[in-house]
Ligand binder design. Structure first.
Ligand SMILES: Cc1ncc(C[n+]2csc(CCOP(=O)(O)OP(=O)(O)O)c2C)c(N)n1
Length: 273
């Protein structure tokens, strides 16, 4: 194994910690994005606690890597990672979405560690591509990572960015696709089917890596292999389970953005502990 057992275990634990933080952010009786947060949690844990070069004490550090949450509706997941990393207090997380509070329902500029306002689906990859082009023009080694939802791929702008990044051979750009098979209202295959996902990205000139998005060793290997690819942007197609780790929410569109009962809240935290 290329990575130590300790590293894998600690990152797996971080994934579970982020899921628990998300459930605490959501709380009881108020709708929140359980499904898409839990599906992306292991990917985000690997990025924030292993891959990304970041300085929590200096969020605008010139040497940093850039992470954009294009599926911005799961802002609670990014806030949890930023808080656990030390960008702001973990105790602030449950106040997320309070009127006037700095942690809002979608990421916005001005929050420490947030690189772009996202949540209007489809825009994050274009924003990331612009940053990647800027970094190349400045001859900087920083990398740009963008987390894209598979439902989000219904947006045409994703494919404009994909085409441009492929044509420009933006090897400093990595898209990670949370391929959980569900969007807000049902299975993607039953609505606007985006399969075959990997072939589409390949056709646009990307280096495509398919992984189990809950297997930490595969996640780390894919992120390292993306960095080694010198002539193409990389798309990591991560097969995940929406609601992963919360049994009653797994693979159910109904838990895309749902209020939890007290019983569900307690059960979710118990299962994730
Ligand atoms: C432009 C735009 N249209 C619609 C929405 C409402 N919306 C929020 S999440 C979502 C579904 C996204 O599905 P997916 O990208 O697969 O997210 P995941 O299942 O991973 O949470 C929709 C339609 C939005 N945020 N932006």
């Amino acid at each position: 194994m290329a990575y130590s057992k300790e590293l894998i275990k600690s990152l797996e634990e971080k994934g579970q910690l982020l899921r628990r933080d998300c459930i605490k952010c959501i709380g009881v009786g108020v709708a929140g994005h359980v499904g898409g947060s839990c599906s992306s949690a292991d990917l985000v844990a690997a990025l924030y606690f292993h891959k990304l070069k970041l300085d929590p004490k200096n969020p605008e550090w010139e040497g940093r890597d850039y992470f954009l949450l294009s599926k911005g509706h799961v802002a609670i997941l990014q806030y949890s990672a930023l808080a656990e990393k030390g960008f702001f207090p973990v105790d602030d997380l449950p106040h997320c979405k309070d009127i006037g509070f700095y942690l809002q329902g979608h990421p916005h500029l001005g929050t420490p560690g947030i690189e772009a306002g996202t949540g209007s689906l489809g825009q994050g990859l274009s924003l990331g591509l612009g940053m990647a082009i800027g970094l190349k023009l400045d001859e900087k080694p920083n990398r740009v990572y963008v987390l894209v939802g598979d439902g989000e791929m219904n947006e045409g702008q994703i494919w404009e960015a994909a085409m441009a990044a492929g044509a420009k051979k933006m090897n400093n750009l990595c898209a990670i696709i949370d391929n959980n098979g569900l969007q807000a209202q049902g299975f993607i295959k039953d609505r606007l089917n985006s399969e075959p996902v990997a072939d589409k990205w390949k056709a646009f000139g990307w280096n495509v890596i398919e992984i189990d998005g809950h297997n930490m060793e595969q996640i780390l290997t894919a992120l390292d292999d993306a960095e080694k690819c010198t002539d193409k942007p990389t798309a990591i197609v991560a097969h995940t389970v929406k609601g992963k780790g919360v049994s009653f929410a797994e693979n159910k569109a109904g838990y895309h953005n749902k209020a939890l009962t007290q019983e569900e809240y307690d059960q979710a935290l118990a299962e994730l502990s």
